[in-house]
Design a protein around this ligand. Structure first.
Ligand code: MG
Length: 353
């Protein structure tokens, strides 16, 4: 029996892809006509190709790039479903980064002065510990009047990588902070840190560092974050995680392929999705500060072995940043200390007159 054929015009109407798009998808081998007339060059499509054409049309409406559509169309239905889910999770993650940037810009342009005129400042402490099992400490932790930073180096040049990143930011501790220019200053600082790390690892592409830093502007905190160190905020007794881990495991959670509980024991839970590099911009965010806020920056050596509830308890039960930092590091070591552990704790307080 002869197959029922549709002209490109009829096929186009049926699948809602324009003839022009169909010709392009033919060239890209995304959707080839079943038959091309050797004399006229007319394209003919089979009725059973409609399903694929409609899928292509829907994926275009999702904004999926053509190369990716070609991959999805080649998969069995269950795998295609999974690939679409993963694509959308990625779009949402990228949109979230852009949303944060938009919020940052809006905040910066309409910086509302604090209602009361109390001057605020930071009380802070930082400490880094080798842990119980690692031969060297590849973490770097720093706290100053304005700058708080934690970096977790990896690979053969992990030590110089993390220290170069933090060292390159230290000028922020004393730099003039022109009003409304925080974003530019941070971008410049991150570029400097990225170059410093590149020089420090000297071409070793399996070495690098994560970086999580807070810059105090006098009333707010600007956050720079890439990798799997974390920032937490303790406010009114509740603990909030301010950063997203840029890890493979977190992306599996976001895609619904792993539960947060499964992630805590996943063998590859420390595998990084992003680290400081010229091609992956860090997350940037601006946060309001309230007197009484306590911020914690920590490397994954704390968060992988000390649960959030315990972190919250230690942060609420220690009066000074210094005792908090040491209590947290002790907790990580009591839990086996499998990794280097670094903590920075900073309290937002009213400035001494
Ligand atoms: Mg680590």
């Amino acid at each position: 029996m002869r197959e029922e054929m549709l002209t490109i015009g009829a096929f186009s109407k049926a699948c809602r892809l324009s003839p022009k798009a169909l010709r392009l998808y033919d060239e890209l081998e995304l959707l080839k006509p079943r038959r091309v007339d050797p004399d006229t060059g007319y394209r003919y499509y089979a009725v059973d190709q409609l399903e694929r054409a409609r899928l292509v049309a829907w994926l275009r409406r999702l904004g999926m790039p053509l190369a990716r559509i070609r991959q999805v169309c080649a998969l069995p239905a269950a795998d295609a479903a999974h690939a679409i889910h993963a694509y959308w999770a990625q779009v949402e993650a990228e949109t979230a980064v852009r949303r944060d940037l938009a919020v940052f810009l809006v905040d910066q342009l309409v910086a509302a002065p604090r209602k009361d005129t109390t001057m605020l400042e930071l009380r802070y402490a930082a400490h880094s510990d080798r842990g119980r099992t690692r031969p060297a400490n590849q973490d770097t932790a720093y706290a100053g009047n304005r700058l708080l930073a934690v970096a977790d180096g990896y690979g053969p040049a992990g030590v110089p990588a993390s220290s170069a990143a933090v060292e390159a930011l230290r000028f922020l501790d004393t730099a003039e902070l022109p009003a409304g220019d925080v974003l530019n200053l941070l971008e410049e600082a991150v570029r400097g840190a990225t170059e410093a790390v590149r020089d420090a690892v000297d071409g070793a592409d399996d070495a690098g560092t994560t970086l999580t830093a807070l810059l105090w502007t006098g009333s707010r905190l600007a956050l720079v974050h890439i990798g799997d160190c974390r920032a937490y905020l303790l406010r009114d007794g509740a603990l909030f995680r301010v950063t997203e881990d840029h890890t493979v495991v977190q992306s599996l959670i976001d895609e619904g392929r792993l539960t947060p509980e499964e992630a805590t024991t996943h063998p590859q839970r420390s595998l990084l999705l992003k680290s400081l590099s010229p091609t992956t911009p860090p997350d940037l965010r601006l946060r309001d500060a309230e007197p009484g806020d306590r911020y914690l920056l920590c490397s994954d050596g704390l968060s992988t072995v000390v649960p959030d509830a315990r972190i919250r308890h230690l942060l609420t039960s220690t009066p000074s940043p210094d005792t908090a930092v040491h209590a947290l590091i002790d907790a990580a070591n009591e839990a086996g200390g499998p990794d280097n552990v670094s903590c920075v704790v900073a309290d937002v307080v009213e400035a001494a007159a």
